[in-house]
Design a protein around this ligand. Structure first.
Ligand code: CAA
Length: 285
C-alpha cells in the first residue's frame, strides 16, 4: 500500500531547498527543513520570507495563507528529526560525497518504506541511491529555479527504481501543482541537456565580444519570447552551478557544446557567481 504523505523532510535549504519547502508548505504539507547550522537556518527563513512576500505582492497568497504556509515549516540542524517523515527531498550542494553520506545516514533514520528524492541536477541518481539499502525507492526530483514559480518537475528513474515508486512520485508532483516529466538517469536530464548548450554558446559569444551582454539578452527576450536572456539567466542559476552542470554533461557526452566556456571558470575564480554574490554578468544591489 502506498504511504500517505503528510510530512516531508527537506535536507538543505539553499535557494532550491527553501523554494521546494515553500512549494510543499503551500500545498498544505508539513515540512521539516534541515540545515547545517543556525546561520543556514536564518538564511533559509530570510529566503522564505522574501519569496512569500513576492507571492503576496503578486496576489498568489493572502496574508493569512502566508502565515499558515510559513507556520507549516519547522527548522532543525539534526537529520535525526526526520525519523517520522513520509517523504524526503534532498537539495544539498552538488557533491556526490556529501549526498552519499546524507543518504546513507538518512537510510538508518527513516522508515525503509519512505521514498528518497534527490534534487540533483548534475549527479547520477543511481550512484546516490546505492548508498542506501533502498535503491528501489530512490528517485531524482528536479525542480527549477525559482521553484515556487516554475511548473516543471523532472522525475528521474534509475534502472532499479520500482515502477510503483515512479507512479507515486508523479502523483505527488501533481499534488504540488507541478507538471511532471519522467526520464532515465543521464546528465542534464531533459531540460538542462537542451538548455545548457545554448547558455554556454551565449557565454562564448560574449567572451568573443561578438555582442554586448544587453544585446545578447535582448535578442532572446524580444526575438524568441524567453522571459530572460541567457546571461541574466546564468546569473539567476549561479555560475558555479552552471559550470558543474556543464562539466558533468561534458564528462558524460564529450559533446563540445557542453565544454564549459573558459570565461565561466574565470568569473567563478574571481567570485562573480551571479545574483547570490551580487555580481555576475550584471551587478545586483
Ligand atoms: N509563489 C508563487 N508565485 C510567485 C512567487 C512565489 N513565491 N514569487 C513570484 N511569483 C509569481 C509572480 O506573482 C508573477 O506572477 P504573474 O506572472 O502571474 O504576475 C510571476 O511569479 C513572476 O514573478 P515576478 O514578477 O516576481 O518576476 P518576473 O516577472 O521578473 O519573472 C522569473 C522572474 C520567474 C525568474 C522569470 O524571469 C523566469 O521564469 N525566468 C526564467 C527562469 C528559468 O529559466 N529558470 C530555469 C533555470 S534552470 C534550472 O533551474 C535548473 C537547474 O538545474 C539549474
Amino acid at each position: 500500500m502506498t504511504r500517505e504523505i503528510a510530512t516531508v523532510g527537506v535536507v538543505g535549504l539553499g535557494t532550491m531547498g527553501s523554494g521546494i519547502a515553500e512549494v510543499l508548505a503551500r500545498s498544505g504539507l508539513d515540512v521539516i527543513g534541515v540545515e547545517v547550522d543556525g546561520a543556514g537556518v536564518a538564511r533559509a527563513r530570510g529566503h522564505l520570507e522574501r519569496s512569500t512576500e513576492r507571492a503576496l505582492a503578486g496576489g498568489k497568497l493572502d496574508s493569512t495563507g502566508r502565515e499558515a504556509l510559513l507556520g507549516r515549516i519547522r527548522y532543525t540542524t539534526e537529520l535525526t528529526d526526520l525519523a517520522a517523515v513520509d517523504f524526503v527531498i534532498e537539495a544539498v550542494p552538488e557533491s556526490l560525497e556529501l549526498k552519499a553520506q546524507i543518504f546513507n545516514d538518512l537510510d538508518k533514520i527513516v522508515d525503509p518504506e519512505v521514498v528518497f528524492a534527490s534534487n540533483t541536477s548534475s549527479l547520477s541518481v543511481t550512484e546516490i541511491g546505492v548508498h542506501t539499502t533502498r535503491p528501489g525507492k530512490v528517485v531524482g526530483m528536479h525542480f527549477f529555479n525559482p521553484a515556487p514559480v516554475l511548473k516543471l518537475t523532472e522525475i528521474v528513474r534509475t534502472v532499479v527504481t520500482e515502477p510503483e515508486v515512479i507512479t507515486q512520485v508523479v502523483a505527488f508532483a501533481e499534488r504540488l501543482g507541478k507538471t511532471p516529466v519522467v526520464m532515465g538517469d543521464r546528465a542534464g536530464f531533459i531540460a538542462n541537456a537542451l538548455l545548457f548548450g545554448y547558455l554556454n554558446h551565449a557565454v562564448r559569444m560574449f567572451e568573443q565580444r561578438y555582442a554586448t551582454r544587453e544585446d545578447l539578452d535582448a535578442a532572446m527576450r524580444f526575438g524568441c519570447g524567453y522571459p530572460m536572456g541567457p546571461l541574466a539567466l546564468l546569473d539567476l542559476i549561479g555560475l558555479d552551478t552552471a559550470y558543474e552542470i556543464l562539466e558533468s554533461m561534458y564528462r558524460q557526452s564529450r559533446n563540445r557544446l557542453h565544454a564549459p566556456a573558459p570565461l565561466l571558470k574565470q568569473m567563478i575564480t574571481a567570485g562573480l557567481l551571479g545574483r547570490k554574490t551580487g555580481r555576475g554578468f550584471y551587478t545586483y544591489d
